[in-house]
Design a protein around this ligand. Structure first.
Ligand code: AHR
Length: 502
């Protein structure tokens, strides 16, 4: 089959916000302990952070990192995580049926963020706590001066305020699994109250209110409408969360997961704009897509369940999905979906970062390695700068069980007026056929190909594992050529490709 598209810097969707390349570190399983933090590891620095992991996180190119949860945050007492480490309490973590040792907390995580050059995106607990505790944490974090809480931070070793800009008002409060789960009306009220109070303390912060945990939630749509009706004036973003997996061997539907993500984003934008119209507001609410990934939730449902009154392990192996080539192709297409909506999705967090549904895996005392999903993230984060462009794609469709008839190829482009660089990102969803692509790049003037890299494999289920950590990687796409304003290349079946031009 064939596909045609056009890259023209005039077809602007919106600016690519660096925050689109965010991630997420939750106190869950081995994400923190035995993930980023392992004091006994040969590469551990003076604070106990693994330097091999730090290097990989830097290579991944992650902007802001959401912390400390996730479901974990709904039982979190932030005070436990500050002060001398030896005095910090061990607590039950009800979300993941584990023991939280609190050896890594706000100060340590902030120091680690400096090492990986990322921004902190903090979540407050609106499940089992409320406005006062959120205010205390904000004061502890952002007030430089002479108050009891600021002095406590200084006594704990941090003279300057943390200066945290991005704040999430709880997590997935629509989910019945959430500690302190609430109705849209109840959550909307507490979120509005907390948001206004936090702004009264620090007007410079940016606030994310909880949207739906997925577009499949029974309350989806109505939840957003009700919550935004309460909080519209006080918040900046509404969150979206989405996870995709291959179900019953239906690879065709799985490869089309981004169709669902497109629909999800467009529905939330429509709902936010509806509330804007009703309120007669001139402000728009954007999306923080602060949990997205492939996650084999159904496959590991029982494996990942810890039970027992006397069984609360520290850092158990939980949600340690090992990703295939097909998973990484879907993952790359989800990034294409985010970029296609760059005008309204202005922040996003890949869930998560290390060991837990993660692009980076570690073995205690051993190696750290890249999962297949590492590659599309790192390359997109490096190449997608400037503005996102609509590419006017012409391509055939195929039938899927889950989403009906969907395009065989999806694509987006970016153009950076400052550097003169452009990039095209493409996914071929066909499980059988390669696609011959022609890209009209005449509007870019004289350009050459800087790099063209493809992720594909004869075995779409090939993976990188502890035993074989470099089995899958990117390869140069040597079918690419450019002449007379036309870029041509071949996309293998089940593949993700990025081309950089200048
Ligand atoms: O990312 C794993 C979990 O998925 C998070 O804790 C929760 O917010 C979501 O359900």
């Amino acid at each position: 089959s064939t596909a045609r598209l056009t890259v023209d810097p005039h077809f602007t969707v919106g600016t690519v916000n660096r925050r689109l390349f965010g991630s997420f570190v939750e106190h869950l399983g081995r994400c923190v302990y035995d993930g980023i933090f392992e004091p006994g590891h040969p590469t551990a620095d003076a604070e106990g952070f693994r330097e091999d992991v730090i290097e990989l996180v830097k290579e991944l190119g992650v902007s802001a990192i959401r912390y400390p949860g996730g479901n974990f945050v709904s039982g979190f007492r932030w005070e436990d995580s500050v002060g001398p480490a030896e005095d910090r309490p061990r607590r039950l973590d009800l979300a993941w049926h584990s023991t939280e040792t609190n050896q890594v907390g706000l100060h340590e995580f902030s120091s680690w963020l400096d090492k990986v050059d990322s921004e902190l995106m903090m979540a407050v607990n609106l499940g089992t706590r409320g406005t006062l505790e959120a205010l205390d944490l904000l004061e502890y974090s952002n007030i430089a001066g002479d108050t009891a809480l600021a002095q406590r931070r200084i006594a704990n070793g941090k003279t300057d305020a943390f200066g945290i800009t991005m704040w999430c008002l709880g997590n997935e409060m629509d989910g019945p699994w959430q500690l302190g789960h609430r109705s849209a009306d109840d959550y909307g009220k507490i979120a509005a109250q907390t948001a206004s109070a936090m702004r009264q303390l620090d007007p410079s912060i940016e606030l994310v209110v909880c949207g739906s945990s997925s577009a499949q939630m029974p309350t989806f749509g109505e939840w957003e409408r009700v919550v935004l009706t309460h909080t519209y004036d006080a918040v900046d973003y509404i969150s979206c969360h989405a996870y995709y997996e291959e179900v019953d061997g239906d690879l065709g539907s799985f490869l089309a997961s981004a169709v669902n993500m497109d629909h999800f984003i467009e529905s939330v934008v429509a709902t936010a704009d509806h509330v804007k119209a009703v309120k007669g507001s001139d402000k728009s609410i954007n999306i923080s897509f602060d949990e997205w990934n492939v996650w084999y939730l159904k496959r590991f449902e029982n494996v990942d369940k810890i039970t027992g009154l006397d069984n609360w392990p520290v850092a158990p192996r939980l949600l340690e999905d090992i990703y295939s080539v097909a998973d990484a192709v879907v993952f790359g297409s989800l990034m294409i979906s985010l970029l296609k909506h760059a005008d309204r999705v202005t922040s996003a967090s890949l869930a998560q970062l290390v060991n837990v549904i993660a692009p980076i895996m570690t073995e205690p005392g051993g190696i750290a390695w890249k999962q297949t999903t590492f590659f599309p993230f790192a390359l997109t984060s490096r190449l997608a700068t400037g503005s996102a462009l609509n590419v006017k794609l012409e391509v055939g469709n195929y039938d899927t069980k889950a989403y009906g008839s969907v395009p065989l190829v999806d694509a987006v482009a970016t153009h950076d007026a400052e550097t003169g660089r452009s990039a095209v990102f493409l996914v071929n969803r066909s499980t059988t056929d390669e696609v011959q692509v022609t890209v009209d790049v005449s509007a870019l003037g004289e350009v050459r190909v800087l790099e063209a890299q493809t992720l594909s494999d004869a075995d779409v289920y090939a993976k990188n594992t502890l035993e074989d950590p470099e089995r899958v990687g990117l390869s140069d796409n040597d079918t690419v050529s450019i002449a007379d304003g036309a870029l041509t290349l071949v996309l293998p079946p089940v593949s993700w490709t990025a081309v950089a031009l200048a």
